[in-house]
Design a protein around this ligand. Structure first.
Ligand code: APR
Length: 233
């Protein structure tokens, strides 16, 4: 019997117990900031320093948080299971720090910045990279401003072909900690269902796309995911 192909998609809920705010919970980031002010290309054009400082504060926070048991449970599953793909909507590095080194970041990453001219990425997480001044690239003869390496609303998610290929070919599709508000991520459960996969959700509360899942487990991922993954592999 060939090994089951497991694909996991995570959202902000998996990092909540590490102390990273989600977006749409009561104390979520979008309760305090308008998306159009900090997470669109137009916002960056209109007031780059305001956008830059929003991301610099989230980049600084990455130095203060640790993976939680949910991140570690997924890293253990990946160690036990050859046919495993982890996709995240999150831009933190907690999956990598738990051990999932080939995590697919479909909405970008806080650790890297992108040259506005060449599009090249560079990791800039030293103390002097985390202040409020703009940073410039090392790839151009005349240094150019670096932008957050984040997929803003209105921009294309990253690695979308690889993501659809993995989901279309999986036997089990697990979503952890996502409200199912943002597409195309929120549609992946339908792609998995169409491919005949078993679809499982682990979330604090029922999200808007709850009906699409074969199995739903409500609770905190850090508390219930380890036990659920024991049965999955
Ligand atoms: N354990 C499990 N689920 C949790 C926990 C927890 N400890 N805490 C919160 N949740 C759930 C919430 O119930 C909610 O359904 O996580 C979900 C978080 O939803 P959002 O804040 O909308 O985050 P997400 O779904 O990842 O947002 C998707 O939207 O703003 C964009 O680019 C941003 O990647 C983000 C995308």
């Amino acid at each position: 019997m060939s090994e089951k192909r497991i694909v996991v998609l995570t959202g902000a809920g998996i990092s909540a117990e590490s102390g990273i705010r989600t977006f749409r919970d009561g104390d979520g980031l979008w309760e305090e900031h308008r998306i159009e002010d900090v997470a669109t290309p137009q916002a960056w054009q209109a007031d780059p320093m305001f956008v830059w400082r929003f991301y610099q504060s989230r980049r600084r926070q990455m130095k203060e948080v640790e993976p939680n048991p949910a991140h570690h449970a997924l890293a253990d599953l990946a160690d036990r299971h050859a046919n495993f793909t982890l996709i995240t909507q999150n831009v933190d590095d907690l999956h990598e720090r738990a051990g999932n080194m080939s995590t697919i970041h479909m909405h970008g990453s806080l650790k890297t910045l992108r040259c506005e001219v060449s599009g090249q990425r560079e990791e800039r997480m030293e103390e002097h990279d985390l202040r409020d001044e703009f940073l410039t690239c090392t790839c151009c003869a005349v240094a150019q401003r670096l932008r957050p390496d984040i997929v803003w609303f209105g921009e294309m998610p990253m690695h979308i072909e690889d993501i659809y290929e993995a989901v279309e070919g999986c036997d089990t599709f697990l979503v952890v900690g996502s409200s199912g508000h943002v597409y195309p991520a929120a549609n992946l459960v339908n792609v998995a269902n169409a491919a005949g996969a078993k679809t499982v959700l682990v979330n604090l509360e029922a999200p808007s796309n709850a009906d699409a899942f074969t199995e739903i487990h409500l609770g905190k991922a850090g508390e219930i995911l380890p036990g659920i993954l024991e049965q999955l592999s």
